[in-house]
Design a protein around this ligand. Structure first.
Ligand SMILES: [Cu+2]
Length: 152
C-alpha cells in the first residue's frame, strides 16, 4: 500500500512540468449524522493568472465557493461566482474567509474517506483546465471551534 502511494507521488512529480495549477492539502471534516453540508479546505496555486470558476463532487448535490466579510461586526457569507487566482500566488481556502462548501451531501463523510473533487480553472485566454483532487476526510474534533454551517 505504502509502495503504491510512493509510485503515485513519483508519477505526479514527473507530470508536474505540464501542470499550470497545483492543489494541495485538500481535506474535510467527518460529518455528523444528518449534516448536509461540509467545508472543504485546500490550497491552490496557478502559474498564470486565472479564476477558479467551478467545483463539482459526486458526493454533493452542489458545491459553492463562499466569501466571508465583516459588515458592521457581523460576519456575512455569500456564494461567489469565481475566485481570482493571482499568478504564482498560493490561495488558501479554509474554514473561514473564502471557503468551499459541499452542499446537499448524498451520504455522510467518514474519517478516512477520500472524496473526489473536480476543480475547473479558467485562464485569461478563456482556456480551461480541470484538476481532479482527492479530499481526505479527517475526524471531526469538537474541541476546536470551527466554522460550521449555518444557514445562509
Ligand atoms: Cu459557507
Amino acid at each position: 500500500m505504502r509502495y503504491a502511494i510512493a509510485i503515485v507521488m513519483l508519477f505526479c512529480a514527473v507530470q508536474a512540468w505540464a501542470v499550470n495549477v497545483v492543489v494541495s492539502d485538500a481535506s474535510a471534516r467527518a460529518t455528523a449524522p444528518g449534516q448536509e453540508s461540509a467545508t472543504v479546505r485546500f490550497s491552490i496555486t496557478s502559474k498564470k493568472e486565472a479564476r477558479l470558476v467551478a467545483i463539482v463532487s459526486p458526493v454533493a448535490g452542489a458545491v459553492e465557493i463562499h466569501s466571508m466579510t465583516h459588515d458592521n461586526g457581523v460576519m456575512k457569507m455569500r456564494a461567489i461566482e469565481f475566485l481570482q487566482l493571482p499568478a504564482g500566488k498560493m490561495v488558501k481556502l479554509g474554514a473561514s474567509g473564502n471557503h468551499v462548501m459541499l452542499l446537499n451531501l448524498k451520504h455522510s463523510l467518514k474519517a478516512g474517506d477520500n472524496v473526489p473533487l473536480t476543480i475547473t480553472v479558467e485562464f485569461a485566454d478563456k482556456r480551461k483546465e480541470k484538476i481532479n483532487v482527492n479530499v481526505e476526510v479527517k475526524s471531526s474534533s469538537p474541541s476546536r471551534n470551527e466554522h460550521e454551517h449555518h444557514t445562509h
